[in-house]
Design a protein. Sequence first.
Length: 84
Amino acid sequence: VHGCPDAACSFCHLAHRPPPKQRPEKQLRNVFKAAVQTVFQMEDHQALRLALKNLAPQHPYLHWYIIGEMDMYSQCVVASRELH
């Protein structure tokens, strides 16, 4: 027989950290979403870009949420231009 049969043996078996969460808890996600929605209300495009640039590195979920919102924002802008 090869290896240590005792899975709890700290000498033979390294303790693993729990896997990272895929996304933050609902309450924090709602805070992130509210912050991004507030930023998208800005009329000044330079201020909008700077605010998004400052928000994105705060959390990986926030980074990907901003990318998704930017895609939707771009689609809305294109659609509104087609109406005019």
